[in-house]
Design a protein around this ligand. Sequence first.
Ligand code: NAP
Length: 204
Amino acid sequence: MKKIGIMGGTFNPIHMGHLLLAQWAMDFQKLEEIWFIPTGCSYMKENSDNITALERLQMTGLAVNNNPFMKVLDLEVKREGYTYTYETMEELHNRYPEYHFYFIFGADCLFSIEKWKFPERIFANCSIIAAVRENCDLSLMKNKIEELRAQYQADIVLLPFLQLEISSTMIRERVAMGQSIRYLVPDEVISYIEEKGFYGYESK
Ligand code: NAP
């Protein structure tokens, strides 16, 4: 069975933390490809910066298109209304029954995923790769995994990951303050942000 990693995210914008996480997960679980799926309209996040889902999709594409093992899917961006992970994983599972999917996220999500819509339908259609930052409480994570296993038959692996203090919020703030985001974001994405004037970018 072909093993595919799924990186879902708002990606506003995508940054090196996301890309490194994808690469780490690929090596760790011997995944053949990573598919990035930018969220459409998320009921959990407000869009206050006038960047459209299509533009986030575009930025994500620019970040990964030079890697033959990574690609970007527009299925959430094209979906009407709010997008939910269970729908995405069901759609992928039905469309590609011969593939095994691994949804990748930061391990803190293990403590919120039960509040996502229909978590049982997420666990039924994919395994989870949960990235653990260096200073997190591992025994707490392991207990939570046991709980999710017992309740949902969830298949979850912990991926030891780096403590990288990079976030999309930090990128947006640096752009707004006129600071460089070089080495935090791929160059192609920086050019796109500058060309579009996102996050209050002003050319000097
Ligand atoms: P995001 O902020 O764009 O980040 C995407 C992923 O990258 C997250 O798992 C995040 O983990 C991780 N990440 C970001 N920076 C990192 C760093 N420096 N080091 C390690 N990991 C890093 O995405 P998001 O808006 O949270 O959404 C994630 C996915 O969850 C999306 O597919 C979304 O649709 C899904 N979701 C679904 C529901 C639902 O179905 N009801 C609800 C909520 C989320 P951390 O968050 O730990 O940083």
